[in-house]
Design a protein around this ligand. Sequence first.
Ligand code: M1P
Length: 253
Amino acid sequence: MEMNGVTADGKKLFLFDVDGTLTLPRQKISPEMRAFMQEVRKKVPIAVVGGSDIAKIVEQLGDSLEDVLSQYDYVFSENGMLGYHGSKQYPVTNLGTYFGEDKLQKVVNFCLKYMSGLELPVKCGNFIERRNGMLNISPVGRSCSQKQREEFNEYDKVHGIRAKMVEALEKEFADYGLRFVIGGQISFDVFPVGWDKTYCLQYLVDDFKEIHFFGDKTSPGGNDYDIFIDERVAGHTVCGPDDTKAQLTEYIK
Ligand code: M1P
């Protein structure tokens, strides 16, 4: 098996984004996809790297953390800030400790001020979620319903709410060494340069000769872009779980 110029003479790993790759955005994996991934795993070890925190990844991929860890050889949340190999947990990286509370608060305050000036069809709650390794900023608010989520996403496509806010943040904090990356439907992630999905590769590169990454946000500005173009992986763009399944079916024949 050869893919994207990576030779086929080594130990392989298939590494997957979650939202839009194994599941629909923020939805639970389908029973068919779940079963299919276990068929894939009989041939090639599998890993996931999501931008979301571990609670959301567990909600989407299984019934409990133990269940998810038993289905995938490696599980990385927040781009790898929190990671597991089986039940072994890698050291947790903390944004506040690394970046400093002062600077972080300047970013938070700017976001709050910026969002207070936005007029949207609806605003819910939970506009800023602080995670281990990133801030997640949502102009509509993470407490929105599924319907409001989809409506915001459509509205954002027309009005570029997130893109404009990211532009303003990039200008304001040009010297902070931060990335502002749109990964899902209603929010964007803020983390230090280098804390993108390539972060998880440090735990994989010594053990695998071929790492194949599958993601849907592989264009510049998307949260799969950095790992997609990383020379240590072969990148594959998918457009949803059905496409991931179709591409994998071809590869493992
Ligand atoms: O995994 C992609 C993104 O998923 C969520 O995005 P949203 O809620 O906007 O659809 C978030 O957890 C985000 O952090 C993550 O990058």
